[in-house]
Design a protein around this ligand. Structure first.
Ligand SMILES: Nc1ncnc2c1ncn2[C@@H]1O[C@H](COP(=O)(O)OP(=O)(O)O)[C@@H](O)[C@H]1O
Ligand SMILES: [Mg+2]
Length: 356
């Protein structure tokens, strides 16, 4: 019998999406086939402490901000834990594995930094590489890559925190000159709608920029539209496949953190009710977006479909999409008959293929 493949699942992390990562990892850990894989659970606390062992998941759940923990978080078994130190400290140790599975959303997990470390140690890892992860995390760089590939993106502009601090009214004037209300204001480096606001007038715009500036030095301000939210899962390496599109019906006016994870009222419609032509368009655009950032493994590509004129806009690529049991990414593949555990196997195979 061949030795089992040692898979280290990394989760948690220091970003605002720490709690979402815990729930995504919980599902991945539950689905990994223990006949095939020797699984190492590696949690990273909000302050950068690495913890492994059977009790690591329970430990991170206990330490999490309970108000932000998605309601789909289940109970986790307690068990022994090993402290691996704080990254960068003298006692920090990288847990040994044959392959790493980062299930971390947001900065320092999904932005290419962790991927760079895994490249340096020369081990395969699940998901996008350094460049795709970095582009996918930074909404300003992502838009630049999409625009260069000729992909349809909404009018937008970038503001630096320093510009805001030195002359707020110049920033407000520029936005009002180039776009019209409502606009969406987003920290360049975030996800899960953390720090994102809709601004309907100058007062809200000022508040929104202030909020976003608390999360990042760079702020993206985008033309707001009355949109249907369409999402496609992409799976593969150089010849990716696109799933059927799904639609999100947010519980609120737009898809904020609360609607995504907390109030449980958002609905998903799979497949989205779209004409065959629009379906084919979003699938083509999803694959092009994936290739435009040099994606690998998986990504979820999100669209805004204008209700007023039917125009389709590419919103963003998520290189580590939500992977919780209620997340769109696995559900879209389930609609094509791929079980969650098969999806995990496929992602591991893709990581090894890319490494080879
Ligand atoms: N330009 C826009 N027009 C209308 N709604 C938007 C726009 N940009 C974002 N939104 C709403 O805000 C949500 C979060 O924005 P998004 O860019 O997807 O950030 P995140 O990376 O945090 O998911 C979207 O799902 C959508 O509901
Ligand atoms: Mg989004």
């Amino acid at each position: 019998m061949t030795a089992k493949l040692r898979v280290a699942v990394l989760f948690g992390g220091e970003s605002g999406e720490h709690e979402v990562s815990i729930v995504s990892a919980q599902a991945v850990l539950a689905a990994l086939d223990r006949e095939r894989y020797a699984v190492e659970t590696v949690g990273i606390t909000r302050d950068g402490q690495w913890i492994s062992g059977a009790g690591a998941l329970a430990e991170l759940i206990a330490r999490a901000d309970q108000a932000k923990l998605p309601t789909s978080a289940g109970a986790a078994e307690s068990g022994p834990i090993t402290l691996l130190g704080r990254i960068g400290s003298d006692d920090w140790r990288m847990p040994a594995a044959d392959i790493y599975f980062p299930v971390i959303h947001g900065p320092h997990g999904e932005d290419g930094t962790l991927q760079g470390m895994l490249e340096l140690i020369g081990k395969p890892y699940v998901g996008c590489g350094v460049a795709a992860a970095a582009l996918g995390m930074d909404k300003a760089l992502m838009k630049a890559a999409f625009a260069a590939a000729g992909l349809p993106i909404l009018p937008w502009l970038m503001v630096q925190r320093i510009d805001w601090e030195s002359d707020p009214s110049a920033v407000l004037n520029r936005v009002e000159h180039e776009l019209h209300y409502p606009v969406f204001v987003k920290p360049a480096n975030m996800g899960s709608s953390v720090g994102v606001s809709k601004a309907r007038h100058r007062g809200e715009l000022a508040d929104a920029v202030k909020l976003a500036a608390g999360y990042d030095r760079r702020i993206v301000i985008e033309q707001g539209i009355n949109a249907r939210e369409i999402e496609v899962s992409v799976l593969g390496n150089s010849r990716p496949a696109a799933s059927v599109p799904g639609e999100i019906i947010p519980s609120g006016e737009w898809y904020d953190y609360n609607a995504k994870y907390i109030d449980g009222g958002s609905q998903t419609v799979i497949p989205a009710a779209l004409s065959p032509a629009v379906t084919a368009d979003v699938q083509q655009l999803a694959m092009r977006a994936f290739l435009a950032v040099d994606g690998a493994g998986l990504s979820r590509v999100d669209f805004l479909l204008d209700r007023d004129n039917g125009k389709l806009w590419l919103n963003e690529i998520n290189t580590m999409p939500g992977f919780t049991p209620i997340s769109m990414y696995p559900k879209l593949w389930a609609a094509a008959g791929m079980k969650y555990s098969e999806l995990i196997d496929r992602l591991i195979d893709l990581a090894r293929e890319r490494h080879g």
